[in-house]
Design a protein around this ligand. Structure first.
Ligand code: 93A
Length: 522
């Protein structure tokens, strides 16, 4: 699956190592095509080179903004040579394909860091470069993409040895997409802090509006002195941002935060009717039930004091029976994928409750969190992450102490393990019969979370099971659970002091499973 390198497109801003690369490519019989500055350097070495302008028949223009943005370049990169039709079209159009693309981008981040002015920074936003990089990476079946000088030696070796293998081209393509994604995040976060648009009174950066659609100006943010708005992603599933409100006051910023957390918690238990009650983005009760009304009763029982003024989410339609229960309790928001006939009318009896319909939570995706001067992106945490060490499926857990759990205990452990990640770390969740009975969360050490969970559970701690979102670093936390009468524990394991926790469980005759995988939520 090697593809011989016969023709290479070279367009690099940073010319470090370029001489050695192009000499080597030339010696290996590779034809070179290149942009202005890069072509001049190659020409200066006395090597034959085709200028992109000569290839396209179109001059580099607009101060270099348009150099390689031309179909003669991009058809040569994007043709999938496994497809006879692509090969035929190239030949009809008299476009020769590229086997190798070598690009490094305008130094945007370094220009910003040098203190350059806004316009200079804008000129350093590379457009043609990432376009070539992404095109070549997409078409890695036919083309190898090199974006890093550290890979030049490999490229030379490949040119001499019949080309890169498919696996090598794939790895280079993945690296290239990371490179362009990082680059765009640098641009986006710089624009966010520099190019601000205060015309709408919110003081939000204009790129926000370029990326998302403004859906509502909120009364205020987390506090009354913070201007706030809701933006909706123009792509993908609508989610909470596109929820329909059937009743009640306007949604507030904090309502959205809590409702989002509630939905996450409610959609973690598969098809089982599930109810999560959230306050300040943390659960004060999560339960599954034979029906949604039962799930709600049991979620509410976990911590009725905290559930006052809470946000309720379900993963199934709200029944009239559940609506009657909710109508008894002061509730800020209820969100569900739908409502049985008559349920909305019952809820509407409460003037202030916000009633939302939102499509089921889509799993997966990417989430963002801004930090000062930047933006963090990550894939959303998900279940069933089977790893070499274990996974979320109880079948993959390792028995670390005590007897094998009976079916009911294992089901409770599985529920607790799924529910615990709805609480902010450090999180300890006690459960019994598919309902949380005590949750300790958001503490800066795991011992306090254990204490909190046990205190909240009261006499329900005895005979319950416990889940910990990450491993116990010491046996002190588990000892609190054991002293309270917890009958089984599930946790990731992996601490250097696991043996102390195992010994404590053994001494108490309590079952403990290791999942080998953790679910922090900060
Ligand atoms: O201004 S651009 O965004 N427009 C383009 O069409 C284009 N094509 C290549 N920048 C473009 N490039 C970039 O030029 C490459 O990413 C590379 O960083 C640089 C190489 O230019 P030269 O070979 O003239 O030094």
């Amino acid at each position: 699956d090697r593809i011989p390198i016969k023709r290479a497109l070279v367009s690099v801003y940073d010319k470090t190592g370029l001489e050695e690369l192009v000499r080597g490519l030339h010696d290996a019989g590779v034809e070179l095509v290149s942009t202005g500055g890069s072509a001049a350097l190659i020409d200066g070495l006395g090597l034959p080179v085709t200028k992109v302008e000569d290839l396209t028949g179109f001059p580099e223009c607009l101060d270099g903004r348009v150099k390689t943005l031309h179909p003669r370049v991009h058809a040569g990169i994007l043709a999938d040579r496994r497809l006879p039709d692509h090969v035929r079209q190239l030949s009809d159009l008299e476009v020769a394909p590229f086997d190798l693309v070598v690009v490094n981008l305008y130094p945007f981040a370094a220009t910003v860091a040098s203190g350059a002015g806004v316009q200079d920074c804008i000129e350093k936003i590379d457009i043609g470069g990432p376009t070539m990089v992404r095109a070549a990476a997409k078409n890695h079946a036919s083309v190898a993409i090199v974006t890093d000088g550290a890979d030049y030696a490999k490229a030379l070796e490949a040119a001499r040895d019949g080309g890169f293998t498919r696996a090598e081209r794939e790895a280079l393509a993945a690296k290239a997409f990371v490179h362009t994604a990082t680059y765009d995040v640098q641009v986006a976060s710089w624009m966010g802090s520099v190019v601000t648009d205060t015309s709408e009174g919110t003081g939000f950066p204009s790129w926000v509006g370029a990326t998302w659609d403004k859906a509502a100006v909120l009364r205020y943010g987390e506090n009354p002195h913070q201007p706030a708005a809701l933006y909706r992603s123009g792509h993908g599933p609508g989610g909470l941002a596109a929820a329909q409100q059937l009743h009640g006051k306007e949604m507030s910023y904090n309502n959205y935060v809590d409702t989002d957390a509630a939905r996450r918690a409610a959609y973690d238990h598969g098809d089982a009717p599930t109810v999560a009650i959230i306050k300040h983005a943390n659960p004060c009760g999560i339960a599954v039930g034979a029906d949604v009304a039962e799930a709600h009763r049991r979620a509410h029982e976990c911590d009725p004091v905290s559930a006052f003024g809470g946000v309720i989410a379900t993963n199934v339609e709200v029944s009239v029976e559940m609506a009657e229960q909710v109508a008894e309790i002061f509730t800020e928001v209820i969100v569900a994928p739908g409502y049985d006939a008559g349920a909305v009318e019952v809820l509407q009896g409460k003037k202030n409750i916000r009633i939302l319909v939102a499509e089921p939570l889509a799993q997966g995706g990417v989430e963002m969190r801004p930090i000062s001067g930047g933006l963090l992106l990550q894939h959303v945490d998900r279940f069933q992450a089977a790893s070499d060490q274990g996974g979320d499926d109880p079948q993959r857990w390792t028995l670390a102490a005590g007897p094998v759990a009976d079916e009911q205990t294992l089901a409770d452990l599985a529920f607790a393990w799924r529910a615990v990640r709805a609480a902010k770390s450090n999180a300890i969740l006690l459960a019994s019969g598919g309902a949380s009975v005590g949750i300790g969360m958001g503490q800066v050490n795991r011992v306090d979370s254990c204490r909190l969970a046990v205190t909240r559970a009261g006499d329900r701690a005895a005979g319950s099971v416990a889940a910990s979102d990450a491993f116990f670093p010491f046996a002190d936390g588990p000892q609190i659970l054991l002293d309270a009468g917890v009958k089984a524990i599930v946790q990731p394991g992996g601490s250097v002091r696991d043996d102390e926790t195992i010994a404590a469980c053994q001494a108490a005759g309590v079952t403990m499973y290791f999942t080998g995988t953790r679910h922090f939520a900060h």
